[in-house]
Design a protein around this ligand. Structure first.
Ligand code: GLY
Length: 266
């Protein structure tokens, strides 16, 4: 269950990171997930900053064409790429973008929103914001292959008990332009507070309908049982997965399909 603890700057927590390469993805891409986790872990050890760690890990997968995020994003029904991404932190900040086009690393644009009053931007507004912040817009071709798994993401816990989550996706192949999946939706595709960082991956419509991340968090059992309960909210043939870290040190990745993931802890 949830624990109440007095927050301090003491380094009393065991640092950890968990990364996933998407529900429905083949175990063949495990090396890419391992590489992402190792990069995130390196940054976590160097900086003890979980936001920098989860975004660094996510960028590795956005830049790896085998994953459905960033450069390898799947295509909408008209052949274009539209990206969703989100970042949130245990100190109560969040940033999400949806239907963003032609930026190589959408996760960095979502991260930029952490320090703004506005928490979520779509389409044209997200583009204007990104350009204003100095990001370069350049054609993202995406992957013409079938659905190569889903959303990628990472959750990390610092030695002072801070948690951050980062999630990035090309969505689901063939969905209409303007469609919003679970990834940028607070409580559905991502959630973070001082007790937990949690991310979902898989068929966004089902995850959104079930408010999956928040309900998994509210389910009052150990982490693995809670994630299992939440995954069972959807039909067995609807591929979904969840990763999470609790501030009490529990860490878990679980899916009803294949979902390459990697945990690194001290
Ligand atoms: N889970 C990502 C999406 O459905 O768009």
């Amino acid at each position: 269950g949830k624990e109440t603890r007095i927050k301090s700057n003491l380094s009393i927590f065991k640092m950890k990171i968990i990364c996933h390469g998407g529900a429905g993805h083949t175990p063949k891409v495990q090396d890419g997930v391992d590489k992402a986790a190792e990069e995130g872990w390196k940054i976590l050890k160097e900086t003890d900053n979980p936001t920098l760690a989860v975004t660094a890990a996510t960028i590795v997968m956005e830049d790896d064409f085998r994953f459905n995020a960033g450069t390898g994003s799947c295509l909408r029904d008209d052949g274009r790429v539209q990206n969703d991404a989100a970042v949130a932190t245990s100190d109560g900040r969040m940033g999400a973008i949806t239907n963003l086009q032609d930026f190589k690393n959408p996760i960095l644009i979502a991260r930029e929103l952490l320090d703004e009053f506005v928490v979520m931007l779509a389409g044209e507004g997200a583009t204007d914001f990104a350009l204003k912040k100095g990001f370069k817009q350049a054609k993202v071709k995406g992957s013409e292959k079938g659905w190569t798994g889903d959303t990628v993401g990472a959750v990390a816990l610092s030695s002072t008990g801070k948690i951050s989550v980062a999630s990035s996706t090309g969505g689901v192949r063939g969905r209409p332009v303007g469609r919003v999946g679970d990834t940028p939706l607070w409580g559905s595709g991502f959630y973070c507070d001082e007790h937990i960082g949690i991310l979902a991956t898989g068929v966004g419509e089902a995850i959104t309908e079930q408010l999956m991340c928040y309900r998994a968090y509210q389910h009052n059992e150990n982490l693995e049982k809670s994630l299992d309960w939440a995954i069972k909210l959807v039909r067995k043939d609807t591929g979904v997965g969840i990763i999470a870290i609790r501030s009490d040190g529990q860490v878990c990745g679980l899916s009803n399909t294949s979902m390459p993931f990697k945990i690194i802890e001290k």
